[in-house]
Design a protein around this ligand. Structure first.
Ligand code: GLU
Length: 287
């Protein structure tokens, strides 16, 4: 993932100039809803396609990936990926029930059947694979730091965090990873909850994935900056019920087709791509 600051400024200016167009584009359907192929009896695909609806967990406060609009419908790259999978099941966007899944809720909501899928800046890792399954990855982020504009504490990398207080989110990989660098951690429910402690000096930095931080910096123009030294790899997967191999294979096929036919790029460019460079999507891991 590259965060090109010159590009960010130019993109922000372009979005400002083309503000009206950008709004119109983001509401236009990006993927046609298909009449799905006949799914086998007993599969999750068949169940969802027959019901004509799906419940998807995502973030509601993360600009670029999942940010609730005034109608409480999330917008961003994760929301588009959710709509893509739904479309391939023959489900219209207005038949998606969106549920907010903060970081700590993702595994339990899948395990309890409260959601059919989680698309929520959700890192694939071995610990989580013990309790849920993952399709993807469909994006690769890296953990970074957010500091006040002008970087008053001179934090150049994660190695400068020793003895400093940092805000992050419970149940995230960010929380686990940063513990290697400082034990002075405030852990809350959502990354947006970390912004006030950063503003008022309770913490010196907020830490999570670079793209989440880039979205928060963009949303609060002139207040914050991303340090820009990612120190982990965070492959984003779509979480689903443990060992639902047919559903996982189906979603992996949907993602692969989207990468091959240019849909992935289109979905990126209408969301996170307004601010961030367009990366090469990661290779899907059919573990
Ligand atoms: N990608 C990391 C994770 O899944 C951090 C971002 C988040 O909490 O959503 O834990």
């Amino acid at each position: 993932m590259r965060l090109n600051k010159g590009f960010v400024a130019a993109a922000a200016a372009a979005v400002m100039v083309l503000g009206l167009t950008a709004c119109t584009d983001s509401s236009a359907p990006a993927v046609d809803v298909e009449t799905p192929a006949a799914f086998d009896e007993g599969t999750t695909m068949k169940k969802l396609a027959d019901a004509g609806e799906i419940t998807i967990g995502t973030k509601f406060d993360q600009p670029l990936f999942g940010l609730a609009n005034p109608d409480n419908v999330p917008e961003g790259f994760d929301a588009e990926i959710g709509k893509l999978v739904a479309a391939k099941l023959g489900i219209q966007p207005d038949k998606i029930k969106w549920v907010e899944t903060v970081s700590a809720n993702r595994e339990p909501f899948i395990q309890n059947g409260q959601v059919d899928l989680v698309v929520a800046t959700y890192t694939i890792n071995d610990a989580r694979k013990q309790v849920v399954s993952f399709a993807g990855p469909y994006y690769q982020a890296g953990q970074d730091l957010l500091v006040l504009d002008g970087n008053p504490d001179g934090i150049q990398s994660v190695d400068d965090l020793a003895g400093k207080s940092v805000c992050t989110v419970s149940g995230s990989t960010s929380e686990k990873n940063v513990l290697q660098y400082t034990s002075d951690i405030i852990a809350t429910d959502t990354y947006s909850n970390c912004l006030e402690p950063l503003r008022n000096g309770t913490v010196a930095a907020v830490t999570t994935d670079n793209v989440i931080l880039a979205g928060l910096a963009d949303q609060n123009e002139g207040e914050f900056e991303v340090v820009g030294k990612p120190f982990t790899e965070e492959p984003y997967g779509i979480g689903l019920a443990l060992d639902d191999t047919e559903f996982r294979t189906f979603i992996n096929d949907v993602l692969q087709d989207a990468e091959d036919d240019g849909t992935w790029d289109k979905l990126w460019e209408k969301t996170a791509g307004k601010i961030l460079d367009t990366p090469t999507p990661p290779t899907i891991d059919r573990y």
